[in-house]
Design a binder for this molecule. Structure first.
Ligand code: HMG
Length: 413
């Protein structure tokens, strides 16, 4: 049965900080952030936004663009590591704000940045199993990435949400069912229940990411059909490769590892090309990976949404030229769980390629470091939206221990 992503829609907050300004304020060379990490701008939420409003805004943008009746959604999954309650899931607030009907399976998923993929795979299995019965699944990945001010992690923050309609008529990406997974208990990144900012062992997290890529890609490679020819690599069969992107340089390191693994597994290729691995990996990166990193360099880490922001941005910019081509996708969640999987760009992608990425990025407001620190310290204060607000919902605040949400301009006194 054909299953995949029928359409995607993105939301990123309207405030953004230029990394050159952050570098100047922290006394580090700008190139360390713009070239060393590959990040140029990062998105900062307004005080009236939280993960619920980000997720619901992306969901509302998707339902509207796809002209889907909310009542026809039979499963709503929200993936996040920015949960707002130990018990009540983000997804039920989103369900209410989107006006989805009561005949719906609704829950939140957590496994660091991997949860977006866990949700996508669960939704695809549900569609394959006939759970939908002419209904569709709505998967939303949403997060606000936070590290301590002034810490090495600070330039790798970000915020955003990606909503995906998953069903039997994929017009964006047809999932081909081939997937390799990897899991293991590591302490590379975590956020204890009483903390707003993540704890991270940065360099170790990079090593864990690359180990997980190795495990997942090797598992994926063994499933390849038809078998690879004597001098053919799997990378030859992937037109583009998208990675979970905490910062764009991570995708570059990942692709270097992937090319090496792929070549080593193909002795004829390895013998011929071992000496020029670095150059060939860099060339392959420019062609197959860099085109998918445009949004990540301007939004920052969006945790669960990161891989899907890359997909949305790639299809929006290049989807028409990639019709019928196979994409490789690598998802990593600290802690850790990872998956390498693939899909083909659908014939009809031109009609659904606009996920709103370019339009949102074009109308953002850049703030200075003082304004950024004020917003970070204020956190999710709730309340009225700013004048230039681009979201569709606001977090009104907590009353009688309950979180309240409203449309902009409709906050009760
Ligand atoms: P750092 O220690 O500040 O940076 O932290 P660095 O000293 O490693 O430098 C970074 C790069 O800049 C290096 O490049 C330097 O050489 C280069 P590399 O050698 O790695 O290729 N550099 C320069 N380049 C040009 N001009 C210069 C210059 N100076 C230095 N003047 C780190 C960097 C990423 C560790 C930090 O930002 C951090 O801890 N970030 C958060 C953790 C993270 O993003 N980990 C990624 C893998 S884990 C993951 O992806 C999961 C995650 O998304 C969470 C989840 O799953 O939920 C994080």
């Amino acid at each position: 049965m054909t299953v995949g992503i029928e359409r995607l829609a993105v939301y990123v907050p309207q405030y953004a900080l230029r990394l050159t300004d952050l570098a100047a304020a922290r006394g580090v060379p700008a190139e360390k952030l713009t070239a060393g990490l590959g990040v140029h701008e990062m998105a900062i939420p307004a005080p009236c936004e939280d993960v619920v409003t980000l997720a619901a805004t992306a969901g509302a943008r998707l339902l509207r663009a796809a002209a889907v009746d909310p009542e026809s959604i039979g499963m709503l999954l929200v993936a996040t590591e920015t949960g707002v309650d130990h018990s009540k899931p983000v997804s039920i607030f989103v369900h209410d704000l989107l006006g989805i009907g009561h005949r719906c399976r609704v829950y939140e998923l957590k496994h660091a940045c991997y949860a977006g993929t866990a949700a996508l795979m669960t939704a695809a299995d549900w569609v394959r199993a006939g759970g939908g019965r002419s209904r569709r699944a709505l998967v939303i990945a949403a997060d606000i990435a936070r590290y301590e001010l002034g810490s090495p992690g600070e330039p790798t923050q970000g915020a955003g949400a990606v909503a995906m309609l998953v069903g039997p008529e994929p017009r964006a990406l047809v999932l081909d069912g081939q997937s390799g997974t990897y899991a293991g208990n590591v302490h590379d990144f975590w956020r204890p229940l009483d903390r707003r900012e993540a704890i991270v062992d940065g360099k170790y997290s990079i090593a864990c990411y690359l180990d997980a890529l190795t495990g997942a890609f090797e598992a994926y490679r063994t499933l390849e059909q038809p078998p690879l020819g004597a001098s053919e690599t799997l990378t030859d069969r992937l037109a583009r490769v998208l990675y979970h992107t905490p910062f764009p340089k991570m995708a570059m390191k990942a692709h270097r590892r992937l090319v090496e693994l792929d070549w080593r597994a193909t002795p004829a290729r390895w013998q011929a090309l071992e000496d020029r691995l670095d150059d060939a990996a860099a060339e392959s990166y420019r062609e197959r990976v860099a085109p998918g990193l445009v949004a990540a360099a301007r939004v920052g880490n969006t945790y669960t949404a990161s891989l899907y922001l890359a997909l949305a941005s790639l299809l929006e910019d290049h989807g028409r030229a990639l019709v019928g081509e196979r994409l490789g996708l690598f998802s990593y969640g600290s802690g850790c769980c990872a998956e390498f999987f693939s899909g083909r760009v659908a014939a009809d992608v031109g009609a659904v390629a606009d996920a709103g990425v370019a339009a949102l990025l074009a109308r953002r407001t850049f703030i200075d470091v003082e304004g950024y620190e004020r917003l970070i310290r204020a956190g999710e204060a709730g309340g009225d939206p700013p004048r230039d607000f681009t979201g569709k919902f606001v977090f009104a605040g907590v009353r009688r221990d309950r979180r309240e949400y409203a449309r902009p301009g409709a906050i009760a006194a």
